[in-house]
Design a protein around this ligand. Structure first.
Ligand SMILES: Nc1ncnc2c1ncn2[C@@H]1O[C@H](COP(=O)(O)OP(=O)(O)OP(=O)(O)O)[C@@H](O)[C@H]1O
Ligand SMILES: [Mg+2]
Length: 1008
């Protein structure tokens, strides 16, 4: 048997054209292939059949039995099921084979009710289980294979006589048309958890599987509505019929648009009727509703009783004309893509022949209509057709909001809904409804209703188009014709272009800007096409696509893309348990490509990408692989910079352990260095600065022996950081310069970049006058050497010094530009850390409130990542910003939180918290403790070369002294501070200190 891919009709083997619809039947290769589908499975068994067997004569029993089989088959097939087998008295049927329908779950439940009733008419009782899930079909003896089948069987066994039990997914898909009662979960073989089950209480006659919401306010569509109104106005003016067709994919809003017309066009009588997706030759079904609404059932009966369809057409038209003569008439035929050809002929007839009567015939259809009737509406002067486009994003936003009502939703979830729905209001609606079910603010899973809708559409495609869509889905959301052709089987290749056009016409894909390029109209369509393929085929196609790409010249990001496809090919093979040597080789090639792409992402400072690519490569290579091990230190660093501190630690510890086992000293040193740096940022228990120093010294020795220049660059870089944080910017900068030299020698771009990034930051603290530092930063920017991240840090250094030089606004803009770049690069730790420079800048500009804002942002970001090193300094400066706004208690809380958490040798925050806490004490009159704490702060950093911080702490001390009435001593401290600010070239601060000195001198001394 060959199932027709157009209409689903089974045809004898060898047939070339379908017996039912005449479509060309697909060749063997497409019917025999394996596909994955979400289907609904029904099991039915008879209760008490054996005992009945004892009572009845075998002949009578046989009659009952064959009647049962006949009834069962009829009920099931009427609803579009494939009936699988009769074992004893059990029946299994699958809804979705050969053809998926968007309402398969509901069909199964309707069939179940009919089946139960039919069985009970025979004086027997049925037990029925219905369940929905993903299965594989198309090869082997079984119609379908999958867990969903077992679960359906279990549900049937658990059902009481006369009962229908259904699974959760079935319920979800049919929820608005059924009434159920919860029952105990059912234990099923091979399942760790019992399966939730529901008893079917009833199916609501005529209800759709899931309700559309007409209550939410209409958004947009003004133009389309105006077109409809104009058409109506013309029919009234000219007293003639107009055929208005609204085309668009499921859920785009066709019914809603016409409903809007109906509510607003009060002058007209609006009658509408739907076409059904299936039924027994109910050609004129929509007319039943239409005539009933006009209380004209009798007229319809007469019309349908006419001996020929011509006469029926005539009677229907006459009736509609008579109605329209009383009042303008709008007749709506919904979903005419499901209409029988005769109904379409009837509509044509009404449109062509109505006279002297204002009738607007509105037909709503999905684009598939044009497959059956390519010329629909064409050649008529009184016809127009519009295609409903997706709603623009702003309108989707409004729709989400109105559907949410008073509920709130996290911004990223809302975005995801709008992006995924791509302008389809039904998708928006269903996703918002899912939120309600699964608890708001989580992920937004794709609603099963939408999945079913899309999968059913794809399943109805002609075999060639479907195959083309599937091949395209392997490439991605966007793809071009040549790539699809490369993946298509040989005989299909010449037809690829035509198939793509067919898919465009059906609104499944859209032409892209570039010639011969396309994109799926919706990511969900891509996913559905992809998911319909067997994993084996997916694996195969990914591999072939990679091979094809590898042959091309000049593919941007070739390694990354190739790596991805090889990786997918490998993963599916793993999942299928069919790896083999060739499969393992695939994995290795994937890992190689990804590692290569990861290393270049790392070198250009794209840390989120590097973390992702290196991580995937390492996981493909597995634990035992030395090449995988070699990736780990960089992976750890990338994770760290991208803000995943916890995983960075895991990876670096693993790297250290495995390096030790492998006796790889150099690799161990690489891991050790990075872990020591991570400690500075996350572990405030230890004296981390000293640890960093120790680790770098050890590493230098190892790397020198190994002549590992990239390693030496790393080690010198960290030596530099150690010096810097211990207050020795002179030696720190020297060390960085050595690091840069080593990196250049090794051609290690990343190491060079790291050191170049730090230079401008160190300059802020260094005894280098602002003007010179500005020149140095400009030079780094102009040399353009290290790419975007180096420039970002240089901008921050330049901006901070520009502020010191007196141009606060200009400086602020530079810093902001630099930090925006860091954000774009995903360098989250650095983004948090550089709030220090941004906060300092605002304090130099004397805007404590602005300083508080940026520092608070930095504080929250670092805290969220679990970073504690920069956080200590950020919090201490935040304390100062709060203090300057007169909120002393709060300032003290921040200061003391630093005291309680900071590493003992982290000088900057150690000194800063003391400065602020001392001032708060002095404000409270605790003068002695205040003075000693302020002096302690000054002493802590006195031996450093940090001009700016020393100046600040002298100012703190001066403030404490003023509050203690020690004016002269205070003046002395201020003079100190002034000298330091002047040396640094920080003019705004120097000016303020000068002013304070003048004020102080103008006051009469209170004590000596
Ligand atoms: N412009 C709109 N503003 C607000 N809601 C809308 C809009 N368009 C559609 N909707 C809502 O989206 C859902 C789907 O719309 P509708 O039922 O009209 O789609 P359709 O195109 O008729 O789909 P189908 O082909 O499945 O019949 C409905 O609940 C409808 O209320
Ligand atoms: Mg509709």
């Amino acid at each position: 048997m060959i199932a027709c891919s157009t209409c689903g009709q089974e045809n004898p083997a060898g047939a070339r054209f379908c017996n039912a619809c005449g479509a060309e039947l697909a060749a063997e290769r497409t019917t025999a292939r394996e596909v994955r589908k979400t289907v609904t499975v029904l099991f039915c068994d008879l209760a008490g059949y054996t005992s009945r067997g004892e009572q009845l004569d075998p002949e009578a029993l046989r009659r009952v039995q064959s009647q049962y089989f006949e009834d069962a088959r009829a009920a099931l097939e009427r609803h579009g099921a494939s009936v699988e087998k009769f074992i004893g008295d059990a029946v299994m049927a699958v809804f979705g084979i050969p053809q998926l329908h968007e309402d398969d779950a509901l069909r199964a439940l309707r069939a179940a009710v009919e089946l139960r009733d039919a069985v009970s008419d025979l004086g027997l009782q049925a037990r029925i289980g219905v369940n929905t899930g993903e299965v594989v079909s198309g090869s082997g003896d079984a119609l379908v294979t999958g867990d969903a089948v077992n679960v359906a069987a279990r549900l049937e066994q658990a059902a009481q006589p006369g009962e229908i039990l259904l699974g959760e997914q079935t319920l979800r898909l049919a929820r608005d048309a059924v009434e159920v009662a919860a029952v105990d979960a059912v234990a099923a073989k091979g399942k760790s958890e019992p399966v939730p089950a529901y008893r079917l209480v009833g199916v609501v006659e005529g209800a759709p599987a899931f309700a559309r919401r007409l209550d939410s306010p209409m958004v947009g569509r003004d133009e389309e509505l105006a077109q409809l109104r104009q058409a109506l106005a013309r029919t009234v003016r000219e007293r003639r019929c107009h055929l208005f067709t609204v085309l668009g994919p499921a859920g785009i809003g066709k019914s809603r648009l016409v409903a809007e017309l109906a509510t607003s066009a009060r002058e007209a009588l609006v009658l509408s009727g739907p076409c059904l997706p299936y039924g027994e030759g109910i050609t004129y079904w929509p007319l039943i509703d239409i005539f009933r609404s006009a209380s004209a059932e009798a007229q319809l009966d007469d019309a349908l009783a006419a001996p020929t369809s011509e006469e029926t057409f005539l009677a229907v038209r006459r009736f509609l004309e008579s109605l329209a003569r009383e009042r303008p008439l709008v007749v709506v035929f919904e979903d005419i893509h499901w209409a029988e050809p005769t109904l379409l002929d009837l509509i044509d007839h009404v449109a062509d022949w109505s006279r002297d009567a204002p009738i607007l015939v509105a037909c709503l259809a999905r684009p598939e209509l044009l497959d059956a009737r390519p010329a629909w509406g064409g050649g008529k002067v009184n016809a127009s057709t519009i295609l409903l486009e997706p709603l623009p994003e702003e309108e989707c936003d409004i729709l989400v909001q109105s559907l949410l009502g008073t509920r709130t939703l996290a911004e990223d979830v809302r975005r995801r809904i709008v992006v995924t729905a791509e302008g389809n209001p039904l998708f928006v609606e269903q996703m918002v409804a899912m939120l309600g079910e699964d608890g708001a603010n989580g992920d937004v899973p794709v609603p099963p209703t939408i999945q079913a809708l899309i999968a059913a559409r794809l399943d109805r495609l002609p075999a060639d188009e479907r195959e083309v869509a599937e091949r395209a889905s392997v490439i991605g959301k966007e793809f071009d014709r040549t790539a699809v052709a490369a993946l298509a089987p040989e005989p299909l290749r010449p037809a690829v272009a035509t198939c793509l056009l067919g898919l465009v016409r059906k609104e499944l894909i859209r032409p892209h800007v570039e010639e011969d390029a396309f994109r799926f109209a919706n990511l969900l369509i891509r996913d559905a096409a992809y998911e319909a393929m067997s994993k084996e085929l997916r694996s195969d196609l990914h591999e072939r696509f990679a091979a094809w790409l590898a042959e091309l010249e000049a593919v941007p990001e070739r390694d990354e893309i190739l790596g991805y496809h090889l990786e997918q090919a490998y993963r599916y093979k793993t999942e299928l348990g069919s790896l083999g040597d060739a499969g393992r080789e695939l994995g290795r090639r994937a890992a190689e490509r990804l590692a290569h792409a990861g290393r270049s992402a790392y070198a250009r400072g794209d840390m989120p990408a590097a973390a992702n690519l290196l991580g995937r490569s390492a996981s493909l290579l597995g634990d035992g692989d030395p090449e995988g091990l070699a990736l780990l230190p960089d992976l750890g660093s990338a994770l760290f910079e991208a803000g995943d501190l916890a995983r960075a630690r895991e990876v670096l510890i693993e790297a250290g352990d495995r390096a030790r086992e492998a006796h790889d000293l150099a690799l161990g040193a690489h891991a050790g260095l990075r872990l020591a740096l991570l400690d500075v940022h996350t572990d405030q228990e230890k004296s981390t600065m000293a640890g960093l120093h120790r680790e770098s010294e050890r590493a230098i020795e190892i790397f020198e022996q190994a002549e590992d220049h990239a390693g030496l660059a790393q080690a010198w870089h960290l030596t530099g950081l150690g010096h810097f944080w211990l207050g020795r910017t002179g030696p720190a900068i020297e060390a960085l310069e050595r690091a840069i030299e080593q990196a250049q020698r090794a051609g290690a771009a990343r190491e060079e970049v790291e050191s170049l990034q730090w230079l401008p930051i160190m300059l802020i603290f260094a005894p280098v006058p602002a003007q010179d530092a500005m020149a140095r930063c400009r030079q780094i920017i102009e040399s353009g050497g290290g790419g975007m991240s180096v420039e970002a840090f240089a901008l921050i250094g330049l901006g901070t010094h520009t502020a010191m030089h007196g141009s606060i606004d200009e400086g602020r803009e530079l810093v902001a530009r630099g930090r925006t770049a860091l954000q774009e690069l995903g360098l989250r730790v650095s983004l948090g850390g550089t709030s220090i420079a941004a906060g300092m800048l605002e304090l130099i500009g004397n805007d404590a409130a602005a300083a508080e804002r940026v520092l608070r942002e930095g504080h929250d970001l670092l805290e969220e990542m679990g970073e504690t090193g920069y956080l200590a300094s950020v919090t201490a400066i935040l304390a100062e910003a709060v203090y300057r706004q007169g909120r002393y208690d709060e300032a003290e809380r921040h200061a003391l939180s630093v005291r309680d958490t900071v590493a003992s040798d982290d000088l900057d925050p150690q000194a800063r918290w003391r400065g602020v806490a001392a001032k708060v004490l002095a404000q409270r009159g605790e003068l002695e403790s205040a003075k000693s704490l302020a002096r302690e702060a000054v002493d802590l950093v006195e031996s450093t070369d940090w001009l700016h911080l020393r100046a600040e702490l002298h100012c703190d001390l001066a403030e404490v002294l003023v509050l203690s009435g020690a004016g002269q001593e205070a003046a002395h401290s201020l003079e100190h501070a002034l000298a330091l600010y002047e040396e640094k070239g920080d003019q705004p601060d120097a000016d303020r200190v000068r002013q304070r000195l003048a004020d102080l001198r103008a006051q009469p001394p209170t004590t000596s």
